[in-house]
Structures are given as C-alpha cells and as structure tokens.
Design a protein around this ligand. Structure first.
Ligand code: ZN
Ligand code: FE
Length: 257
C-alpha cells in the first residue's frame, strides 16, 4: 500500500491509499473530488473505498462527486455520524476492522473535535513497515483539534488511545497546522529541547513549502503539549495537577493564541 498526499483548499490534506499490484485506491477524507479524480486517472486506478473520519465539509466535501464516477466505492464513517456523511454506507464503532488491499485497519472511536470522530490505524504487517494512523482533526502535528462537540475528558481519552500506539507510527493528520502549533507549544513548554529542535526544523521545511505531514508519533509524544497532560512542567504552567484540567486549560490557551 502506497500513501499519496494531496494538498487541497488552504491547508487540508487528502490521503490516497494506492495498491499498484491491484490498481485499486481508497481515499481518506476527500475534501474535494477533482484532485482525487485526476490522480486516479493518472494511476489508472479504481476507487474502492472512501474512509471518512468525521462529517465536517473539509473532510467529506468530495464524497458525492467521487461516487458519481465510482458508484461501487464503499463509504465508511463513524456510527454516530449517521445522517451527516454524504453516501455513508458503513457505520463504524471502536474495534471494528476495515480492509484495503492486503492491509487491515482498526477503528478507534476518538470523540472530542466532534462527537462522532473516528480514526483508522493500519498496524504494520511486515518487519520494517510502519503503522499508519489517519486521525482527521483529532491529533495534529504539534497540536490537536478544537473541541467543537466534545468535552476535554473525551478528548484526553481519545488522544490517550492514540498515545498508546507505537512510537514509529506515522500520523497522517488532515491539516498543515504544524508551524503555528509548535509556536504555541513553545509558549507553554519553552525548556523542551526536542520541541525547540523540532520548531527549527519545521520552520525551515515550511520556508521551502515542504509538507510536515506525516508526523512520527514518538516525536509527538515528546513535543506535542496536547499529549503531555501528565508532564509536571506543563501542569505547573497551567497551575493544575489534574490531567483533564491541564489539557482543558492548554486547549483554552490555544483557542486564544
Ligand atoms: Zn473538522
Ligand atoms: Fe478539518
């Protein structure tokens, strides 16, 4: 399985999963249809699945048009998103499995950004392969999604599930927000050397207009304040020793940043 990253709109990424031996593809969170259709045409590939993480327009906007060209494609989304995802046929819950080519993904229920948000985790099947996590707007490189429909408790739970995955996991988040996220992170975790180094690297990458996605989960664990609610220095920063409250206060500060 190859993963292609298509930048669309102002800062969204669509991910195309492609299996060259079978000439089939699947798409994660198609904000728009046209760039996906162009790629499929170039690859001469058939679209067999649309994997949606949540119902927001910048994640499902291309569903209907893609289905017009590929009416056999199966549209997956969270069970709680029933009625909100165009064309949805499969209603997924925590622990469900979906497959593409020779890979299987586990579904994680990760409410917080929305009440129905799910993530797809493809564990490595062979030695030397990485796990692939498609987490929509739950975890971002250096940050996390805003809480539109969920509570801090839900989001900490959701991010906790992600934090439990192996360090080598590649994090395919749906937006290029990394530089600004790290700018905020430095205001609350200024002594973190890994974070300082990462900020410099990302700054240079963005000057060259390079994508910073996928991120590597191990680096997120070391540098992303929204995975570090139990770090004493961050707790000190927000004057709390409670993980949920620490997270909630950091999220509140980021909302104002
Ligand atoms: Zn969203
Ligand atoms: Fe989004």
């Amino acid at each position: 399985m190859e993963i292609l990253r298509l930048p669309v709109l102002s800062d969204n990424y669509i991910f195309l999963l492609y299996e060259p031996s079978l000439k089939i593809a699947a798409v994660v969170d198609p904000a728009e249809a046209d760039p996906v259709l162009q790629y499929l045409h170039q690859l001469n590939a058939e679209l067999v699945a649309i994997f949606n993480t949540h119902h927001h327009g910048d994640h499902v906007g291309g569903n209907t048009k893609l289905l017009q060209s590929f009416p056999q494609a199966i549209v997956y989304g969270g069970a709680e998103d029933r009625g909100r995802i165009p064309g949805q046929q499969v209603f997924l819950k925590e622990g469900d499995r979906v497959s593409f080519a020779n890979r299987q993904a586990e579904v994680l229920f990760v409410p917080g950004h929305t009440r129905a948000h799910i993530a797809y985790y493809f564990p490595p099947v062979q030695l030397g392969e990485t796990g692939e996590l498609f987490c929509g707007d739950t975890l971002f490189a250096g940050g996390c999604g805003r809480l539109f429909e969920g509570t801090p408790t839900q989001m900490v739970n959701s991010l906790g599930k992600i934090r439990d995955l192996p360090d080598q996991t590649r994090v395919w988040c749906a937006h290029e927000y990394t530089l600004n996220n790290l700018r905020f992170a430095l205001t609350v975790d200024s002594q973190n050397l890994d974070l300082q180094r990462r900020f410099e690297t990302v700054k240079q990458m963005r000057e060259r207009l390079e994508a910073t996605v996928p991120a590597i989960l191990g680096e997120e664990k070391r540098t992303n304040p929204f995975l570090r609610w139990d770090q004493p220095n961050l707790q000190l920063q927000v004057k709390s020793q409670d993980p949920i409250q620490t997270f909630a206060r950091l999220r509140g500060m980021k909302d104002q940043f």
